[in-house]
Design a protein around this ligand. Structure first.
Ligand SMILES: [Ca+2]
Length: 311
């Protein structure tokens, strides 16, 4: 779509649709083609352009809430509470918190691992490397076990949480992205808008649901975390976390984390937000990303609703 250009000192609306605006203004006694500023016409044109842009804008993953401020789910910003060190070489695919430690799964073939990290210092106190043919993905902790996915190998691993001894493997169809648990069931993302619910004992799929913000499916769901009855999910390649009701997949909020990490630390395009962990005892929310040097404890701050489409 071509947007009309301004010509100094004149009304810039010359097209057919703008002629309609001009006629409307003329009917109200505000004709303007004599070199005057024509403020009314410009405002009307801006409104029209904003409307047309909204009409043709694609529904990008993680951006749907921009279209639904007035009636959609609430949007949250953040405040940083504390910052903790994070291994900037860790291609983070999943994190979970327990008793002062972060458990982290990392990706890339030949660099994938499961590690136990002391939150306060970033010290890796226990680790196991995946065989080089596997690309590690999300993890979660359930009772005495750590469960870890791989991306395209359709293979998952179950470890003893105490020593990371491999207990068993399991398989699934499609891709593996993120994992979390509410303590009863396992929730798994696979890059689509669907979340699978796995039996915690057999790790077989029991059901699945799709995530929708209104009528818009939200795909590219990545790292997951269960937080106070909701599923938080990173939307891949965005700075946004979507808050999901686990009952029916309805989006109940969006978290905007733009500005959390300074651009100078984004060493490559893959260094995206991708890590959510929750300390349910102290109600602390941690986020990080792939190759990020820091883990951030944040608090969410609800944004005010926007009331105008013109800025
Ligand atoms: Ca997580």
């Amino acid at each position: 779509m071509e947007i009309p250009s301004r010509r100094p000192g004149r009304c810039f609306e010359e097209g057919r649709d703008n002629a309609k605006i001009r006629r409307t203004l003329a009917g109200s006694g505000r004709e303007c083609d004599n070199g005057d500023p024509c403020m009314e016409t410009r405002v009307a044109s801006r409104l029209m352009v904003a409307f047309l842009l909204a009409a043709v804008a694609p529904s990008l993953p993680g951006q749907s809430s921009h279209q639904s401020h007035a009636t959609g789910p609430p949007e949250y910003g953040f405040k940083v509470v504390r910052t903790f060190p994070h291994d900037p070489t860790a291609f983070t695919q999943g994190i979970a918190y327990r008793d002062g430690f972060l458990y982290e799964g990392t990706g890339l073939k030949g660099r994938s691992s499961l590690r136990k990290v002391r939150l306060e210092t970033g010290e890796i106190v226990q680790t196991v490397d995946l065989p080089s043919e596997f690309f590690g993905e999300g993890i979660t902790l359930l009772k005495d076990e750590v469960i870890q996915l791989t991306w395209q190998s359709q293979t998952g691993f179950v470890y003893n949480v105490k020593d990371f001894h491999l207990l068993r493997r399991f398989s699934y169809s499609g891709e593996g992205w993120g994992l979390t648990t509410d303590g009863r069931e396992i929730f798994m993302s696979d890059g689509t808008a669907q979340i699978r619910v796995l039996n915690p004992r057999t790790l077989t799929e029991e059901r699945r649901f799709s995530v929708y913000d209104g009528q818009i499916p939200i795909d590219q769901l990545n790292e997951l975390e269960f937080v106070e009855g909701e599923i938080f999910a990173n939307v891949w390649q965005t700075d946004r976390i979507v808050r999901i009701s686990p009952e029916r997949g309805k989006v109940v909020g969006w978290i905007d984390l733009r500005g959390l990490l300074s651009p100078i630390y984004r060493v490559e395009s893959d260094a995206v937000l991708n890590g959510i962990a929750y300390d349910s005892k102290r109600k602390r929310l941690f986020v990080t990303g792939k190759l990020w040097p820091s883990i951030f404890e944040i608090k969410l701050v609800q944004k005010r609703l926007k009331t105008s489409a013109v800025h």
